[in-house]
Ligand binder design. Structure first.
Ligand code: HAM
Length: 431
């Protein structure tokens, strides 16, 4: 193919029938979140660069080296959003949502990070995120986690582990950071290069390191749990109690830190062992300081975002997503008069028979050619109409997926017949 029109590396097309899996996940997420009182917020893909620098943090990987940043024609520095939380907070401040009341919001859509593409990691990827504002307690953290668990249940996902940790208050973190740096400096010469660089800029990220030798050094490093003040320690214990009460299993991971600076207190991540290196499917935590930091009223906040690509890879690996839905029927029309009749009949049938999937042949063709298209579409049956059928006000029904004689049906009985076919199909699909 001509190289000029290739997609950009790390940017993917999502074609049917795979896109049906996306629709299923989005439908279930909208249902689960919507029924729990989360309203959908639709946010722009582009924001001022300063928004992300001030929220995610200037010395994070995301802001330092992963953003798609450009100058627009006015000379303003803009960036494609690398995540949704910052935009959600910005929108809430702009629209006066943080006036002391509670807000529960969710969003979906593409995010952009210039990372090295590999399985489960892309430069344009998609998140579904949920954020709750104005609620300081562990109750809403448990709710958010339970809603994510409900999503996994509805999608039939297995091999998911919930990791939780508390990063404490900014003061707790500063004390911890100091001791961690001191400890790691003593092992400076044995740390990997990346971690040595982080030591001065973002030492907590070293806890995230995947390098074996660094992980060994971390075994004896100070742990954040020992630095939490009484309030954060009891908040974290309360979250654990609530998860216990819900029967949601978790692992306390003292090394769970996040790659964004805005977190305070609780952080969590759902990971899987089914996807290789890119194991985080859904991540989040509390960010009580962010609204104020961006110019709003002090507002406690917590949320998560899941990566759609990873979620779908996992759902497909678990084999629980239904196959793409085939048309119930394919309308074969022979001759101009039959084509016109078929088109108007199809319009009526689609409105009379809810969830009927009816594909109309286009581009004419012989009976054989049209039936070949019907088979290729995976249709359950062909509705055949030629001059003779028009005259008799009938249609010939040919069964494509079962050994059954074809039959002639009165047009008046067609809607009822298709309704029973749709019901039967639903029965076999177990929907
Ligand atoms: P994050 O951990 O940067 O957090 O991203 C959340 C999820 O997005 C990850 O767990 C992962 O599934 C997916 N993800 C991230 N980067 C990529 C990538 N390059 N390719 C594919 N999937 C990716 C946030 O974005 C926070 N805003 C989450 C949050 C919401 N915290 C509080 N509220």
């Amino acid at each position: 193919m001509n190289g000029d029109v290739r997609a950009v590396r790390g940017f993917n097309d999502i074609l049917p029938p795979a896109s049906e899996h996306w629709q299923i996940v989005e439908r279930i997420a909208a249902d689960v979140l919507g029924r729990a009182g989360y309203g959908e917020i639709r946010l722009p893909l582009v924001e001022s660069t300063a928004l992300f620098a001030r929220s995610i943090g200037v010395s994070t990987d995301i802001v330092e080296k992963e953003m798609y940043t450009f100058e627009d024609r006015n000379g303003d520095s803009l960036s494609l959003r690398p995540e949704g939380t910052a935009s959600c907070v910005r929108a809430g401040i702009n629209h006066g949502l943080f006036n002391g009341s509670q807000q529960r919001l969710w969003y979906r859509g593409p995010m952009f990070r210039h990372e090295r593409p590999q399985k489960g990691r892309y430069r344009q990827f998609h998140q579904i995120g949920a954020e709750a504002f104005g609620i300081p307690g562990a109750d809403v953290e448990a709710e958010l986690i339970a809603l994510s668990a409900e999503l996994w249940r509805r999608l039939g996902l297995e091999r998911m582990t919930l990791k939780i940790n508390s990063l404490g208050s900014p003061g707790d973190r500063a004390r911890y950071r100091e001791d961690l740096v001191e400890y790691l400096k003593r092992h400076g010469q044995d740390l990997d290069e990346d971690s040595r660089r982080r030591l001065s800029q973002n030492p907590m990220r070293i806890l995230d390191s995947k390098v074996e030798q660094t992980r060994a050094i971390l075994e004896d490093a100070p742990r954040i749990a020992d630095y939490l003040d009484a309030e954060h320690a009891s908040h974290f214990a309360e979250l654990c109690n609530r998860l216990d009460a819900l029967g949601i299993g978790y692992v306390k991971d003292p090394f769970l830190v996040r790659g964004l600076d805005y977190y305070t207190g609780t952080v969590f991540e759902w990971v899987t062992d089914a996807l290789g290196a890119q194991d985080a499917v859904c991540s989040g935590g509390r960010y009580d300081g962010l609204v104020e930091q961006l110019g709003g009223r002090p507002t406690p906040a917590v949320g998560w975002a899941l990566g759609m690509e990873r979620l779908i890879l996992l759902a497909e690996a678990c084999g629980k997503l239904p196959d793409a839905e085939q048309p119930h029927a394919y309308f074969v029309a022979l001759g101009a008069a039959a084509e016109c009749k078929a088109m108007s009949l199809a319009r009526g049938l689609r409105s009379q028979v809810p969830s009927l999937r009816l594909v109309l042949n286009m581009g004419s063709g012989s009976m054989k050619a049209q039936l070949r298209r019907a088979n290729r579409a995976g249709a359950g049956l062909a509705l055949i109409m030629g001059d003779a059928e028009i005259e008799q006000r009938r249609v010939t029904v040919k069964f494509l997926q079962e050994e059954r004689d074809q039959q002639l049906l009165d047009l008046d009985d067609l809607a009822e017949f298709l309704r029973s076919q749709v019901a039967e199909y639903k029965g076999t699909a177990g929907a």
